[in-house]
Design a protein around this ligand. Structure first.
Ligand code: 5GP
Ligand code: ZN
Length: 112
């Protein structure tokens, strides 16, 4: 399968990792939109939130705990931040391996 995030998981494409455990890897977005912009992904290929299966429930919880670690590691746990997962066309998803953008390091606004 030709998935850039699976290649990042396997180390076939380089990335600047900030957190990794058995199930999750987090790395700097190549095109950051804020001073802190980290992508957190499961090592398992899941194409989007809409492809999550009941058997993935524990993994999804694990990702949230991983996001806490990423926020602490990036120094935004106290100031606050945002977590976003884009889905499909209207969501402007461009990479079809589920990923959670963690954005912060400045005051964010809420616009869609
Ligand atoms: P989406 O638009 O699907 O929600 O987000 C995909 C994100 O992946 C974008 O913010 C884009 O900058 C990032 N991205 C795409 N290709 C690469 C890559 O090869 N390496 C890294 N680190 N980020 C990437
Ligand atoms: Zn993948």
């Amino acid at each position: 399968m030709d998935c850039i995030f699976c290649k990042i998981v396997k180390g076939e494409i380089p990335s600047k990792k900030v957190y990794e455990d058995e199930h999750v890897v987090a790395f700097h977005d190549i095109n950051p939109i804020a001073p802190v912009h980290i992508l957190t992904i499961p090592k398992k290929h899941i194409s989007s939130l809409m492809a999550i299966e009941p058997e993935d429930k524990e993994l999804i919880g694990h990702i949230h705990l991983g996001l806490q670690n990423v926020a602490k590691e990036m120094g935004v746990a106290e100031s606050g931040f945002r977590v976003i997962t884009n889905i499909g066309t209207h969501g402007q998803q461009t990479v079809f391996h589920i990923h959670y953008h963690l954005i912060g390091g400045r005051q964010l606004e809420w616009k869609a």
